[in-house]
Design a protein around this ligand. Structure first.
Ligand code: F6R
Length: 337
């Protein structure tokens, strides 16, 4: 029977405990932030990496069916050719010093795009102040991945202010925080069970299109907190390639289907057929259903569940949940803070 080791480092646990508080605090920070609201943009780019980039992927999916203009999520130094003076670019970097994000911002400013920033400090905050860019300042001093509640809220706030989010997702954040509080105990129990199921295996996270950001977040938290390899793919796309790859399964895979009650019915049918096929290679398959009355609530439910699961995985295997030395090493090898 696997046991959960006493937490060596309670800091990450506390940050996960406070996720719903982060969401509410972020709403207050945003309400106290003034931004220019006279945008009339032809397209939007959200640029950021890792824990600061994932909010962009999630926001773009959330707004996919309602945004009046395309939203492109950028995770590189370079920008797509369409970026010009009609573009809104939001640069998200918690440290404010991620070189890819800073390079993309500089390029966007050079092309005359309207730029805004989400950060806790660093060079990004300096640029935002120097150039009088709209910016939301997040509380500093924590691992960027643990601040998603803040960075995602700030993104939805800016997108609302600029008329890109016409649903008003920002105003639904507090309702989602309430749901997470209501579900607190059962969500943690479910995460613990999931961690026991995934421990020592190769987690494979599947979600339907439109919820890929959540699957990516799940994977990245397992990578960074749990210090484990993990992969994700999306249905229906993976039905046209990856499903064939199951022929070569190694037997260590443990599959998680992140499911939502609004998943398109044809994709739900696909999941059923996928299970039949995958079951020839592994009996390790699990459905994890979200809860919530809207897409944001369902996304945040799965995100929070994944955060807890990654923490429990770190406890099960006795690794330090906080450290990401290889990322720090890479940044310093490249001369970044
Ligand atoms: C570390 C983490 C990383 C960083 C990434 C970019 O907790 O999650 O993925 O988010 O290295 O750094 P920032 O967020 O400072 O731009």
């Amino acid at each position: 029977m696997l046991t959960f080791a006493p937490v060596k480092d309670d800091e990450m646990k506390q940050l996960i405990v406070e996720f719903s508080k982060h969401l509410r605090d972020a709403v207050q920070i945003c309400k106290a932030t003034s931004v220019r609201t006279n945008g009339n943009f032809k397209n939007v780019v959200i640029t950021g990496l890792g824990g600061s980039g994932i909010g962009g992927t999630i926001a773009a999916e959330l707004l996919r069916n309602s945004a009046p203009v395309p939203i492109f999520v950028n995770k590189d130094y370079h920008l797509p050719a369409f970026v010009d003076e009609h573009t809104l670019l939001i640069a998200s970097s918690y440290s404010g010093n991620t070189e890819e994000t800073l390079a993309a911002l500089e390029a966007a400013m050079a092309r005359g795009a309207t730029c805004a920033a989400i950060t806790s400090g660093g060079r990004l905050l300096e640029i935002a102040k120097e150039k009088s860019l709209d910016h939301v300042v997040l509380p500093g001093g924590n691992p960027p991945r643990s601040m998603l509640g803040f960075s995602l809220t700030a993104l939805l706030f800016l997108l609302g202010k600029y008329g890109i989010d016409q649903v008003g997702w920002f105003y639904k954040i507090e309702g989602a925080a309430d749901l997470l509080d209501e579900q607190k105990q059962s969500l943690r129990n479910e995460a613990k069970e999931l961690a026991r199921y995934l421990e020592g295996k190769m987690p494979v996270i599947y979600a339907v299109d439109g919820y890929e950001g959540v699957a990516v977040r799940f994977r990245q938290q397992i990578n960074e907190n749990g210090k484990m390899l993990c992969w994700h793919a999306v249905i229906p796309e993976m039905n046209h390639n990856e499903l064939v790859g199951w022929v070569g399964a190694l037997g260590k895979e443990a599959v998680v289907f992140l499911r939502n009650k609004d998943d398109y019915e044809r994709n739900q049918m696909r999941i059923q057929v996928n299970k039949d096929i995958i079951s020839r290679k592994t009996g390790q398959m699990k459905d994890v259903w979200s809860r919530g009355e809207n897409r944001l609530e369902r996304m945040l439910y799965h995100i929070h569940l994944g955060d807890w699961c990654s923490l429990y995985l770190s406890e099960l295997s006795g690794v330090d949940v906080m450290e990401v030395k290889v990322i720090d090493h890479l940044k310093s090898a490249l001369g970044n803070a």
